[in-house]
Design a protein around this ligand. Structure first.
Ligand code: PMP
Length: 285
C-alpha cells in the first residue's frame, strides 16, 4: 500500500502518496497512541461521514489526546482527499496519532498530534463470503473489560488481539474470528459486529465492552423500521446452537452473511438477504 500513485492528506495538505511517511520514533508506533476510522464512499459521497468524524474525535479523547482539527475541518479534508482520488466508490481511512517530538517515554503530552486521510478502492471485505456466507473461527482472545482499556474507542491498541485472532482464523481456512468478551459472552468479529436470527427475531450482543458500530446502529434502526424485534442483550456461547441465521455488520464488511462459527452452522436466509439488500440501497440514497 505504500508504493503507489495518488495523494494522502497529511496535517493540512495533500502530499504525494509515497511521501506520506513518519519517523521511527513516532510515539504511536511504540505505545499505540493512535485512533482511526474506516469509512466508505458510495457514488462520491461518504456514508455517515459526520458520525465517523465525530467518533474519531471522541476516540482520541478516550485515549487522552485531542485532534487539533474540528469535525468540520475533518469533513472538508475527507471531501478534498476523496475528490483528489478521483474515486466514486472508495474506502476512506482517517488516522490520528501522537507523533515524534520532545518525548520518547510513555508520557508524550508535548509531542504533536497528527492527522492523515487516505482513500483507496476496497471491494468486498470478505470476498465471495459476501454471498456464500463467511466461515468464522472462535478466537482464544477475549474482548477486554472496560476497566482494562477504553473499549469504545476505535483505537489501534485494541486491534492487536484482532490481528492475532484473524491470522489464527485464516490459518484454519476461515474468513474471520468471533470473539467472546471478558465475561464469556458473545462479542464481535475482529472488525465487525454480529447479529443472529431466531424465530423471526433478531439478537445482537449489547455493545457494553466493544465498538457500537455505525453500521450496527444503522442495521438496528433498519430492522426496527421493518417491524422486526431486536434484542440487544448478553448472548451466552451455548445459545449459538439455537440460532438460525447470522450476519456481520461493519463499514468494510457491510452486511455479510455467516454460514459457520466453529462447529455451528447457519443458513444464509431470507432475513439476512433482505437486510443486506436494504443496506446496499440505503448507502446509495
Ligand atoms: N468492531 C470492530 C472491532 C471494528 O473494527 C469495526 C469496524 N470499524 C466494527 C466493529 C464495526 O464498526 P462500523 O460499523 O462503525 O464500521
Amino acid at each position: 500500500y505504500d508504493d503507489r500513485d495518488g495523494q494522502i492528506w497529511l496535517d493540512g495538505k495533500l502530499v504525494e502518496w509515497r511521501d506520506a511517511n513518519i519517523h521511527i520514533l513516532t510515539h504511536a508506533m511504540h505505545y499505540a497512541s493512535s485512533v482511526f476510522e474506516g469509512e466508505r464512499a458510495y457514488g462520491g459521497k461518504i456514508f455517515k461521514s459526520r458520525a465517523h468524524s465525530e467518533r474519531l474525535k471522541r476516540s482520541a479523547e478516550m485515549v487522552d489526546f485531542t485532534i487539533p482539527w474540528t469535525v468540520d475541518e475533518i469533513e472538508a479534508a475527507k471531501v478534498e482527499t476523496l475528490a483528489a482520488s478521483g474515486l466514486q466508490d472508495a474506502y476512506v481511512r482517517a488516522i490520528a496519532w501522537r507523533g515524534a517530538g520532545e518525548d520518547m517515554g510513555v508520557a508524550s503530552a508535548r509531542n504533536p498530534v497528527r492527522l492523515a486521510i487516505a482513500v483507496w478502492e476496497w471491494g468486498a471485505y470478505y470476498g465471495d463470503a459476501k454471498t456464500k456466507g463467511a466461515k468464522l473461527d472462535i478466537s482464544k482472545w477475549k474482548r477486554p473489560s472496560p476497566e482494562t482499556i477504553p473499549c469504545h474507542a476505535k483505537a489501534a491498541g485494541l486491534y492487536m488481539i484482532c490481528t492475532m485472532s484473524k491470522h489464527a482464523a485464516e490459518a484454519k481456512g476461515c474468513s474471520d474470528a468471533m470473539m467472546f468478551d471478558y465475561r464469556g459472552y458473545v462479542a464481535e468479529a475482529t472488525g465487525a459486529n454480529i447479529f443472529f436470527v431466531k424465530n423471526g427475531e433478531v439478537h445482537t450482543p449489547d455493545p457494553d465492552c466493544f465498538l457500537n458500530g455505525i453500521t450496527r446502529q444503522t442495521v438496528v434502526g433498519m430492522l426496527k423500521e421493518k417491524g422486526i424485534k431486536v434484542h440487544e442483550r448478553h448472548i451466552m456461547p451455548e445459545e449459538l446452537e439455537g440460532f438460525e441465521q447470522c450476519w456481520l455488520t461493519g463499514t468494510a464488511a457491510e452486511v455479510t452473511p455467516v454460514g459457520q462459527i466453529g462447529d455451528y452452522t447457519f443458513e444464509v436466509g431470507a432475513m439476512t438477504r433482505d437486510i443486506a439488500e436494504s443496506y446496499e440501497k440505503l448507502v446509495r440514497v
